[in-house]
Ligand binder design. Structure first.
Ligand SMILES: Cc1cc2nc3c(=O)[nH]c(=O)nc-3n(C[C@H](O)[C@H](O)[C@H](O)COP(=O)(O)O)c2cc1C
Length: 217
């Protein structure tokens, strides 16, 4: 790898081990407090907060730096209603005929069904689109890149004190139609974002132990 003449200096401050340890532990504690919430307060959230969180997500690394994502932040009530109706129609078909029994059993602990009131109640929906191609031609590692941007967005929303539910209605082509996105893009995922409903409960899940997800050699 050759550094080129027009490259810029990376502004790095080296941390001592104790500070690194403290920061790493504290970030883990913060992320460990994130939970998917499925009942929202209708209280508004400033657009500027959503914009800053999306900007944070959009700093993600991406294949050949193509940044192959687009976020549509929806607060318009009519558009949210349209999205809810279209998502529920697909989900009803999923639960009634398309999901195999094993999938429905896996979903049981989460109490999910075809009704998605949060798609109207949450003050914001963020629809994420993956761009298979763009101004520079074909994009690379699109799914990986958009997944990273989405993860960083979810972390930013949590950091801002908000909650979200990751919703993956399947199929979700209706999002592209309702939100009038161009060809070359596909709907990737839908987040409902806002404050939790007072007293909301979440499933009592356990996260895998570090030893189960990490091998050190
Ligand atoms: C790709 C993906 C798709 C998901 N789809 C849905 C969904 O359609 N509906 C839903 O209620 N939760 C959905 N979830 C949320 C998961 O159920 C949730 O992340 C998981 O149960 C772990 O809970 P936690 O987020 O509170 O840690 C999805 C999560 C991911 C990452």
């Amino acid at each position: 790898m050759a550094e080129q003449d027009d490259w810029i200096l990376y502004p790095h401050t080296r941390l001592d081990n104790a500070t690194m340890e403290e920061r790493a532990q504290s970030f883990h504690r913060e992320l460990d407090g994130r939970r998917t919430v499925r009942r929202f307060s209708p209280d508004p959230v400033p657009q500027s907060v959503i914009e800053a969180c999306v900007a944070a997500g959009s700093t993600a690394p991406s294949g050949a730096h193509r940044q192959p994502w687009h976020f549509v932040a929806v607060q318009d009530p009519h558009t949210k209603t349209e999205i809810r109706h279209a998502a529920e129609a697909e989900e009803r078909r999923n639960y009634e005929t398309r999901f195999p029994d094993a999938w429905k059993e896996a979903l049981e602990p989460f109490g999910t069904d075809a009704d998605k009131p949060y798609l109207e109640v949450a003050p914001w929906l963020i629809a994420i689109f993956a761009q298979n191609s763009g101004a520079e031609g074909k994009n690379y590692y699109v799914t990986e890149s958009v997944g990273l941007a989405t993860g960083m967005l979810i972390a930013a929303l949590h950091r801002a004190g908000l909650v979200c539910v990751t919703h993956t209605p399947s199929p979700m082509k209706f999002l592209k139609d309702i939100l009038e996105r161009p060809s070359g893009e596909r709907a990737y995922l839908l987040l409902a974002v806002g404050h939790p409903a007072p007293g909301v409960k979440v499933p009592d899940i356990q996260r895998k132990a570090l030893a189960d997800v990490l091998t050190v050699k």
